[in-house]
Design a binder for this molecule. Sequence first.
Ligand code: UD1
Length: 316
Amino acid sequence: MANYLVTGGAGFIGSHLCEELVRRGQRVRVVDSLLTGKRENLAHLPEVEFRHGDLADMDVAVRAVKDMEYVLHQAAIPSVPRSVEDPVTSNRANVDASLNVLVAARDAGIRRVVYAGSSSAYGNAPTLPKVETMEPAPLSPYALQKLVAEQYCQMFTRLYGLETVTIRYFNVFGPRQDPSSPYSGVISLFISALCDGRRPTIYGDGEQTRDFTYVANVVDGVLRACSAPEASGEVINVATRGRVSLNQLFATVKREVASTLEPIYADGRAGDVRDSQADISKAQRLLGYTPLVTFEEGLKRTVAWYRESMVAGRKA
Ligand code: UD1
């Protein structure tokens, strides 16, 4: 049994990591500011030690890593448009807090830090699929911040010998993704709108594409990255290698939900990437990773979860 700190563990992806770690019999501590995370995401995991705190405060970071072996650094303000509107708040959460976590991890002798990187680092690099060796081209403060923290990770490995791995996530979706803000992930917004009888908005012509990745795949990739011998100091894509346009996504969700509603088209978003699709051969090589759940299957499970939680919410 090992001790894992999951920063941002009350968030969408963080809570799935906690769930799997508990299932595997590991000890888990969560530190979360609850800015975007929710305490109820961990309600079913009483084994998890929960601490409320902001990792941009160094004392919080130092106390958080005490007695831990692994740090899964998921805490972030994960939104492109939110970072465009308020780059300072988003920088504090995405860069300042990450640097604190790295310094604290280095000083505490943490075995390995696995960091939640982002596909947004690739920007509009014209070649698809996106390979880790490509020159980064961030288009938004969020993308830049995620890239800076990723480079800090690599630098800490080189300078101080702290083992770090960055997993670049590609548009992760699944149960517990919060649809309540206009900044939420598009799949959560589409499903909740259609289930609620509202028309979703598509920004731009809807022909932009994404490698939508079901959350179980990311959990598998991150946990593999904790122990893969060749992974330290590396940046690794974890995705499905698929490419789905927003229009296709809308049509699929509409079918799953059995809705007759049509989307509203609005102007494209500032900082939006046009196409995103991952090359996952490095993850296959270094982590032994292959996607466990397809986009279609993941979408079915996600729709089922939103349906159940909406019914439960109405009963409450
Ligand atoms: C980006 C990153 C992703 C990261 C996420 C954090 C890329 C390629 N991906 O996702 O790795 O985890 O930020 O938030 O940069 N959209 C609509 N209607 C809506 C909401 C969104 O059409 O109501 C469109 C957006 O304009 C975008 C796509 O859907 O083209 C996906 O948006 P979103 O889910 O917010 O994620 P990204 O910005 O792609």
